[in-house]
Design a protein around this ligand. Sequence first.
Ligand code: FES
Length: 214
Amino acid sequence: MNTDNTGNEDGNGWIYSERVKKHFFNPQNLLKEDPETYKADGVGYVGSPACGDMMKMWIKVDPITDTIKECKWRTFGCASAIASTSVLSEMVTENGGMELDKAMQLRPQDIVEKLAGLPDRKIHCSVLGDKALRAAINDYFRKSKQEHRIIKDKATVVCSCLNVTDHEIEEAVLEGKNSYEKIQEHTKAGTACGSCKPRIEKLIKQYKLQYFGD
Ligand code: FES
């Protein structure tokens, strides 16, 4: 487990770090204004079919410095999603605001480190915030006529026999399916001709490194 958590997992104690608890009980930068009238420069919305969580994020940008001035959010999410997004919203607005290019490069692992860890099985909740942030920045690029800066996150079919994409494999790894056999069982990828096995194994390795550091 990738954490310094205290407590246990039998329901009698917390499995979260003190920092996660702090942000969960006192989330920062929640949007309190009416979303209909709040004037944002970019809005991002993501949902995770895996756990039913949803996240919406609103950003304000200083066009001169190209930095994030405000980062507000709302979610129907679990404790980890709330704490992760709270700390992310602080990270991108502290010290005068983060540059957009740098904010685009933030990884879930950066957020998890700031939270002093999350249980592995909750890492997938932490990706909601950074996905919503990237969507909000892309929306800002679109609205400010900077389309050339948009970073597209288009799914690619990895297993053509079963029509399984890299995004589905990414979601599965985030849910703990961390071997080729588990991916086969969960997504059915690789269960016909098997020629996609090397690509799937490479993706599993890449996502494990990206999200869990191993
Ligand atoms: S391409 Fe994946 S099983 Fe054939």
